[in-house]
Design a protein around this ligand. Structure first.
Ligand code: NAD
Length: 257
């Protein structure tokens, strides 16, 4: 098993990419700490893992709150004795997030707080735990929009993901000699509840779909497979990477008809 004897904490594991990653990590032998602000979704993920014979526990935490971020790391260590994999995956997209000209300040602040400060706090409290374990792997979820601009804008979300990318690179460099790796996972559009909000407008949906070379959205399991690689020792020399799992969107100039 690819994650045997490892303890993995995943934020936003009550839905989408986080849930599929939690299920896969547990299948590969990890003891999984499922964190989410949504207790119902988080507990459902734990129930699914346990029903499949895996090991998991749920911790309710809002990643944008320092005390809760600190507590989720403490829960990982007190429950399973150590932390080896820190997957800062929780993120939001707000329906009112649009052009820089008309995005309200409160939407900007909410998005930056969850998507960027949440990753900062996860690392702030999680890295000492990885140090205590003798090293580990950090996976921070950014997005392909961290490296590309869109004329169907989502300015706060894009800025938050750009921040995750830059922050992760710096963490990767600072802690490399302590056996800690940090990589940004940059999914393309994935079929999850988060994207449903974005795709609810048919015109916006069409403008996005036309730029995806395979002509389809990713499934959350396809992103979880990439996260598994970054979590496992198979990626032992992958550090500071912008790990794009985008179906080739960022490589495309003109897509197939
Ligand atoms: P999702 O909405 O299915 O799941 C996100 C989970 O995060 C939910 O369970 C939600 O309750 C939780 N969450 C939200 N705010 C939180 C908070 N403050 N504290 C703790 N948990 C919180 O979304 P998803 O598509 O699985 O997204 C996962 C990550 O992938 C996000 O960071 C997202 O930005 C990123 N991403 C998604 C896509 C996509 O197309 N779906 C593309 C690129 C990147």
């Amino acid at each position: 098993m690819r994650l045997a004897k490892k303890v993995a904490l995943i934020t936003g594991a009550g839905s989408g990419i986080g849930r599929e990653s939690a299920l896969l990590f547990a299948k590969e032998g990890a003891q999984v700490v499922v964190c989410d602000v949504n207790a119902t979704g988080g507990q459902q993920t734990v129930d699914q893992i346990q029903a499949a014979g895996g090991t998991a526990t749920f911790v309710q935490a809002d990643v944008s709150q320092a005390a809760e971020a600190k507590a989720m790391i403490e829960a990982a260590e007190s429950t399973y004795g150590q932390l080896n994999v820190l997957f800062n995956n929780a993120g939001i997209f707000h329906g009112g997030d649009n052009s820089v000209l008309d995005t309200e300040e409160d939407i900007w602040e909410l998005t930056i707080n969850v998507n960027l400060k949440g990753v900062f706090l996860g690392c702030k409290y999680g890295i000492p735990a990885l140090q205590r374990a003798g090293g580990g792997s950090i996976i921070n979820t950014a997005s392909f929009v961290a490296v590309m601009g869109a004329a169907t804008p989502q300015i706060a979300y894009t800025a938050s993901k750009g921040g995750v990318l830059a922050m992760t690179r710096e963490i990767a460099v600072e802690f490399a000699r302590q056996n800690i790796r940090a990589n940004s996972l940059c999914p393309g559009p994935v079929q999850t509840p988060l994207l449903d909000e974005l795709m609810s407008d048919p015109a916006r949906k069409h403008r996005r779909m036309v730029h995806i070379p395979p002509g389809r959205l990713a499934q959350a399991t396809e992103i979880a497979n990439a996260a598994l690689f970054l979590a496992s020792d198979e990626s032992s020399y992958v550090n500071g990477a912008t790990f794009l799992v985008d179906g080739g969107i960022s490589a495309a100039y003109v897509t197939p008809e």
